[in-house]
Ligand binder design. Structure first.
Ligand code: PLP
Length: 399
């Protein structure tokens, strides 16, 4: 997805993390955070009350162990709030992600669920206490075995490639073993590991609870064909968040569908794992961006698709927006649909929306773009010198 020379910026959130890192500036409202700001960049806002609410929809309700998919938002503040809410296990993919988590929460349980890892990553993971790894190929299985000194205490999770359907962002096609390969891999892995499971990802922003049922039933046919017993089923992430024009079913409907499907497919006695990313962190993060110029119904902002708004550009997602104005007159009551442009000189830095905002929106107004806590800030690059290092906490508990 990204050109390699953009990666250093994407790795930014991993800059030295210490448990004693200075507290982020806190404000009771986004308007206060804007009023206190003298910098020229956009601002990232985290809403602890919304993060806690999302965690409470999962903890104690999801029928199994919850792993937070760290890639969706690795900000230490996000990780700490989720941790305090009882999300104590992490799905990590890289050495930097595992060092971030173990630095913040020494001894925290982590699963390395990237199906394709470097040898150094596997060795580092094992030395950090990780015993859970995913794989989707015989050679990867051998790599895991080699790099852990043929350890006898491995819990391996075979990533299945799923027939697609139900998600706004399908994740099939890159990872996962097809039916016959999966059957063979279960057979060859079984004698070498302490515990063996299957895992899959139905695709991000999965709008159909039935997609989990189809994936679980498909997993059952593979396990039956292999004739081996498995110890766990990891149903991955994909749990959705409501965006404008994209209403979602209540999370409990997903959990009920998953629970019934597990029982119907005779997985009632195995360990169940889920890896939510978006559903835990999307609503708790926002970007505050300033309008630099208005041309008709086009607003030129100081953040865009090379910043936290990648999905608004690439996938034309309509994030919820509100306008904050620092001086009178009050914004118009009438709404107009606007298109956004980001600050870089690339014409791909365009977000078609339309985003409904007061019709007199103008230079100097700030726009709060919500539900960007997942795959927002973490995707931001430093392209063209436009980026922000300013993150604030909004403490309003009524939200
Ligand atoms: C990205 C990812 C997740 C999180 O997905 P969401 O759709 O954000 O819930 C979980 N597991 C794996 C293996 C992933 O790659």
């Amino acid at each position: 997805m990204f050109n390699s020379n953009l990666m250093p910026a994407a790795l930014q959130p991993f800059a030295p993390v210490h448990t004693e890192a200075p507290a982020l500036p806190a404000f009771s409202t986004a308007a206060d955070a804007i009023a206190a700001y003298s910098g020229d960049d956009h601002i990232y806002a985290l809403y602890p009350s919304k993060i806690k609410a999302a965690a409470r929809r999962f903890v104690g309700r999801f029928p199994g162990r919850i792993l937070f998919a760290v890639k969706s938002n690795p900000h230490p503040e996000m990780l700490k709030i989720l941790w305090e809410e009882g999300v104590d296990t992490f799905d990590v993919a890289s050495i930097r992600e595992m060092e971030l988590v173990s630095g913040l929460f020494p001894g925290a349980k982590m699963y390395l669920m990237h199906p394709i890892k470097s040898r150094a990553t596997i060795a580092r993971a094992y030395s950090l206490g990780i015993r859970d790894f995913s794989f989707d190929h015989e050679d990867e299985l051998q790599k895991i075995y080699d790099c852990t000194g043929e350890a006898g205490d491995l819990n391996l999770h075979l990533r299945l490639s799923l027939p697609s359907g139900g998600a706004v962002m399908p994740l099939s096609g890159k990872f996962g073993a097809e039916f016959d390969a999966a059957v063979a891999l279960l057979k060859s892995a079984r004698p070498r590991v302490k515990s063996l499971g299957i895992c899959f990802h139905v695709g991000s922003q999965c709008l159909s609870p039935g997609a989990y049922d189809r994936a679980i039933s498909y997993g059952r046919t593979i396990v039956d064909a292999s004739g081996v017993d498995i110890d766990s089923v990891d149903i991955g992430g994909g749990f959705p968040v409501a965006y404008p024009d994209m209403p979602v079913r209540p999370m409990d409907e997903y959990f009920d569908a998953i629970r019934s499907s597990l029982i119907a497919n005779e997985f009632g006695a195995v360990e169940i794992i889920g890896e939510p990313g978006r559903a835990l962190c999307a609503e708790g993060g926002a970007t505050l961006a300033r309008i630099e110029l208005r041309k008709g119904h086009d607003l030129y902002l100081n953040d865009g698709t090379y910043g936290s708004l990648f999905d608004a550009g690439q996938f034309a997602w309509k994030f919820p927006v509100t306008l904050h104005r620092r001086r009178p007159p009050a914004p118009s009551q009438f709404l107009t649909g606007f298109r956004f442009f980001g600050p870089t000189c690339d014409s791909a830095d365009t977000m078609n929306g339309p985003f409904p905002l007061p019709s007199d929106a103008c230079e100097g107004d700030w726009i709060e773009i919500q539900n960007l806590g997942a795959y927002g800030q973490t995707l931001a690059t430093q392209f063209n010198g436009f980026y922000s290092t300013h993150t604030v906490v909004i403490t309003d508990e009524t939200l």
